[in-house]
Design a protein around this ligand. Sequence first.
Ligand code: 5GP
Length: 145
Amino acid sequence: MSLTATYDSQNIFAQIIRGDAPCYKLYEDDDVLAFLDVFPQSYGHTLVIPKRSAACNILDVDTEALCKMAAAVQKLTQVIVAELQPDGVQVAQFNGAPAGQTVFHIHMHIVPRYAGEGLGVHAAGKADPAELERLQARLLKRLAA
Ligand code: 5GP
């Protein structure tokens, strides 16, 4: 999809925001939703999305929504690092299919990195639901602490 494509309200993240599709939710407020990636590239791979902005990418998102998403990314990254103790963490954001974007509702990735472990293939290989549930419980507990 091009950088200037029209926003499709049927995309999977729009469905998740509306509650029409499930997610392993970690955090939600009026502006932002964070949940586990179900095709994780590493243990703890998390996505953060703005809820109110019908934006495909960084070009069309409003600045306030972008800032609120970034603030949530920092908070979630701190929690994920505290709980999972990775050796590094990637924060990424892709715009347009040639840049690796596959879901066209703007989002940011938090991808913990562990020494000696390669990165999983992007948007491939669905995680075990039971493992995602355990991870969600772990991170929710840390978030509440
Ligand atoms: P993008 O490629 O657009 O930067 O990232 C989209 C991300 O959404 C990918 O990492 C992919 O694994 C993830 N993803 C795709 N479909 C779903 C879904 O139904 N639920 C969740 N939680 N993540 C999804």
